[in-house]
Design a binder for this molecule. Structure first.
Ligand code: PEP
Length: 257
């Protein structure tokens, strides 16, 4: 059985003070659900304070990005070595980074390799635009993104990482994919691609999240899908009650509480 994982991507929201207040408001509720791995992904400047707050608990912390070099003249960037000081996870290749910052598949792959080298668990984001979906290209697009992100990544490393399937048209729009569509891509595309690239055992081990307008009202029906092992949550992770409710629904959907 794969341990479900729900990560809150705060994006460019919350100062360090606001972030610690948010975590304080839901920590007890989340620690009462250790069956689900809960991960906070604050902006970099809030990471150290949130990390100190949750130290020694079942909760985990993730960065929203990193650069692939260990150190050097890369103004504005944060290295995997720096991220590991505070984080266990790192989001890589989020669609906002691909769209607004021009991040390409090859860079996503470099970041995945650099994160793994430092013992971080990458949460690799893939997903199609509405235009691609309308053209019937979702499957090939997502498959190609998965293949590109995992170039030169071993089966053992792949088994330990997380892939977040996030249809771009569902992110921040209030229009989530139907549970059936999300399951179809997570199972028949993402997990099937891992089986083709590696083997069945690796495909069974890897955790696949769905992301895109997950909220307390739709979490249970999405998380009950067999190939969906949790969620990457944006907007709803900025409120203690809604994020805790999503984590609780995930545990309940998987029959863990
Ligand atoms: C995200 O940014 O990864 C995301 C899924 O956002 P939202 O939940 O707001 O759609």
């Amino acid at each position: 059985m794969r341990t479900p994982i729900v990560a809150g991507n705060w994006k460019m929201n919350k100062t360090a003070a606001e972030g610690t207040a948010l975590v304080r408001a839901m920590m007890a509720d989340l620690m009462a659900i250790p069956e689900v791995q809960t991960v906070f992904c604050p902006p970099f400047l809030a990471v150290p304070d949130v990390a100190r707050l949750i130290q020694g608990s079942t909760l985990a912390i993730g960065a929203q990005d990193l650069y692939w070099e260990e150190s050097g003249a890369f103004t504005g960037e944060v290295s995997p070595v720096m991220v590991t000081e505070f984080c266990q996870y790192v989001i890589i290749g989020h669609s906002e980074r691909r769209e607004y910052f021009g991040e390409k598949d090859q860079e996503v792959n470099k970041k995945v390799i650099a994160a793994l080298a430092q013992g971080l668990t990458p949460i690799v984001c893939v997903g199609e635009t509405l235009a691609l979906r309308d053209e019937g290209r979702t499957e090939t697009w997502v498959r190609d993104q998965v293949v590109a992100a995992l170039q030169n990544v071993s089966a053992e490393e792949t088994a330990g990482l997380v892939i977040a399937y996030e249809p771009i048209w569902a992110i921040g729009t209030g229009r989530a994919a139907t549970p059936e569509d999300a399951e179809q891509v997570c199972g028949e595309v993402v997990r099937a691609t891992i089986a083709d690239l590696y083997d069945q055992a690796t495909a069974e081990a890897i955790r696949i999240q769905y992301g895109g307008s997950v909220n307390p009202g739709n979490a249970e029906e999405i998380m009950i899908q067999p190939n969906i092992d949790g969620g990457l949550v944006g907007g709803a992770s900025l409120q203690a009650e809604s994020f805790a409710a999503i984590v609780r629904s995930t545990a309940s959907a998987k029959g863990l509480i």
